[in-house]
Design a protein around this ligand. Structure first.
Ligand code: SF4
Length: 470
């Protein structure tokens, strides 16, 4: 059946990267716009295998250019329900990456695709075979989908028009978990979809922590596990709570050991520094610790400039991804900013010092009112000096912590000061560690002793230099 397509179709192409020099065209991504959406419909509303395109087809696109792209799929079946939309939608990423010569990245309105020159040379000249191959894979792998139809859009105005409504759909999905919390359920959900490129990644989705790709919340995990318990999303018994603040549970730790092939033994869902959640590479936002100021900054894919630490999202994503627990960096889904348990083990919002303005505006209603003005954006600070000045000016909670830390360090210094014996105070004080005649004191062995002053505060009123008497 796959012979009908002008490309090879296999999971072995999943890791395929299409570099700029090998790219024929780019679709959506940071230089353009687009989205992917799955919509559950009634059986009689779906034309099985149907494909419609609004806008230009591949054959009309110029080499080296970037174009917008939206992919909308309608699904129907007896077991199909709206709860399944998000997890079906997330698989578009997998299935399109089975196509040799096509690279699909990210999800929702962050999608970014490239089609290679080789694929075009081999005869790929339309979106239709891409949509048909994708639908074939959906129906093979998710048998509860009985009918499926695709609408692809490359017309920019049509995408703009639809994008408003589509963002509302994503928002509504995310809002469902607002009144449900980790302590209200016994089951969390795991996802291993991204292990194809991040083999030790262990995604744990709880009511208070959406997946880091932002596409799967607790309800989506539940729906997926119900319809396909052997599939990539599955139930995790949360077990005993070890740390209610950090979000550590025995069941999650057991899952971490088995899913990461022993790489990790602990995962804390709401911790930035101690046993943080792994980051695969699909995260919507990356958090970065700024040790000089002891605050955490956040940057998303849409912010191309360097953050105050001098690094861009791309620089930091490279360090954070791969399915590792990287202390100092953390990938999250945007909706996690709205969680009442947002990095609560490390101070929550009181530890946040910087984020891009468009990201801050997006979650502004969920930032506690007493901190909202103290979180800097690129309009307030572009480097560490200006960020420090801003945090001081706004009396960010971290400033009190700096003072506390300084006072503790001073106190420790005082306590460690050695007691200076009264007799050791010389007339003329040497530079610490350098013995001079005035410091030489007789010893039984006749060689004198050397006094080394460490951490001593010395004041000198007068230095007298005398010629030694013959
Ligand atoms: S980021 Fe996590 S939840 Fe999202 S698809 Fe990948 S493994 Fe699944």
């Amino acid at each position: 059946m796959a012979d009908e397509f002008p490309f090879e179709l296999s999971p072995m192409f999943e890791g395929e990267r299409i570099r700029k020099d090998d790219m024929y065209i780019e679709l959506a991504g940071p230089k353009s716009k687009g989205f992917e959406l799955v919509h559950a419909a009634e059986m009689d509303e779906v034309e099985d295998g149907g494909f419609t395109l609004i806008g230009s087809d591949l054959s009309e696109m110029k080499e080296g250019e970037t174009y917008p792209l939206a992919m909308i799929y309608k699904i129907a079946g007896e077991a199909v329900e709206p709860d399944l939309e998000a997890i079906v939608e997330r698989r578009n990423h997998d299935f399109q990456n089975y196509i040799n010569g096509l690279m699909h990245l990210n999800q929702r309105y962050d999608i970014w695709l490239r089609i290679s020159k080789d694929a075009i040379k081999k005869g790929l000249n339309s979106f239709e075979p891409i949509a048909k191959a994708t639908m074939m894979l959906f129906k093979n792998e998710m048998p509860f989908i009985e009918k499926m139809e695709a609408l692809y859009v490359t017309d920019p105005e049509e995408i703009d028009r639809r994008l408003i409504e589509v963002k509302e759909i994503y928002e509504a999905r995310d809002a469902r978990t607002r009144n449900l919390h980790d302590e209200d359920v016994d089951i969390f959900y795991g996802c291993t979809l991204c292990q194809s490129f991040a083999p030790t990644n262990v995604c744990v989705v709880s009511p208070d922590r959406i997946s880091l790709c932002g596409a799967i919340n607790w309800f989506d995990g539940r729906a997926a596990a119900k319809v396909d318990p052997e599939g990539p999303q599955f139930a995790i018994e949360k077990g005993e709570c070890i740390d209610p603040v950090g979000g550590e549970y025995t069941g999650v730790n057991e899952a971490a050991v088995s899913l990461s092939q022993g790489e990790y033994s602990r995962i804390k869902l709401h911790s930035f520094f101690d046993a943080p959640h792994t980051s695969c590479g699909c995260f919507e936002v990356v958090g970065f610790y700024i040790p000089e100021l002891d605050v955490i900054g956040w940057v998303d894919r849409d912010y191309a400039n360097p953050a105050p630490n001098g690094l861009t999202f791309a620089n930091m994503a490279g360090q954070t991804g791969g399915g590792k627990q990287v202390v100092g960096f953390l990938g999250i889904g945007i909706n996690y900013f709205r969680s009442p348990k947002f990095i609560q083990a490390d101070g929550g919002w009181n530890r946040v010092g910087w984020m891009p303005k468009h990201l801050k505006d997006r979650v502004i209603d969920d930032i506690p009112v007493d901190i909202v003005d103290a979180v800097a954006t690129e309009e307030d600070a572009s480097d560490l000096d200006s960020l420090k000045a801003f945090l001081i000016e706004k009396n960010h909670p971290i400033v009190a912590k700096w003072k506390e830390t300084e006072e503790k360090a001073e106190k420790k210094k005082e306590e460690e000061k050695p007691a200076v014996p009264a007799m050791a105070v010389p007339e003329a004080v040497p530079t610490a560690g350098i013995p001079v005649a005035g410091m030489a004191m007789p010893s039984g062995a006749g060689g004198g002793i050397r006094i080394v002053l460490k951490n001593a505060k010395i004041s000198i009123d007068q230095v007298i230099v005398k010629r030694e008497e013959e």
